[in-house]
Write a protein that binds this ligand. Sequence first.
Ligand code: ATP
Ligand code: MG
Length: 153
Amino acid sequence: ELVNINELLELIMKRLRPIAEKQNVELVLESFRPVSAQVDEVKLTLALSNLAENAIKYNNPEGFVHVSLNADHQYFYVKVEDSGIGIPQDSIDHIFERFYRVDKSHSKEIGGTGLGLAITKNAILMHNGAIRVHSEEGKGTTFIVRIPLNYVS
Ligand code: ATP
Ligand code: MG
């Protein structure tokens, strides 16, 4: 179905805003272009919600989460950037595995099953998309999702 991605992201932000406020994390959405794309709305919402939720959960008080949307003639891009705790280099290759959680006392206090990113990656691959991650411990993490504008299943 043809989905308005700007609206989809606004809805995700609206749902997560109370969680961000509780943790004193600033949540910002920047839409550089209007984007409509042929996607599975439910699966994509779940995939992007997981990324934004993680960015809030693994953050610091007074931290930020910046979500941005951009597009070219072939793809749209969603970037989720946070100022959080970061991911150790030797864990980066594992975070998309089911049940994997970074072994830190800090992340043990934070609820979760370790399934979120596995679900996210599956949904993105289902759309013939791609996901990349950059992270620096103690500084923050950025996930970049790229999805074709007219994926046909
Ligand atoms: P769930 O999403 O199932 O509730 P979860 O958040 O622990 O649980 P994932 O979303 O799959 O599971 O993430 C896997 C692990 O990757 C997390 O436990 C955390 O250690 C690490 N991680 C994910 N996103 C971030 C992030 N933005 N910053 C720092 N660490 C992260
Ligand atoms: Mg998660």
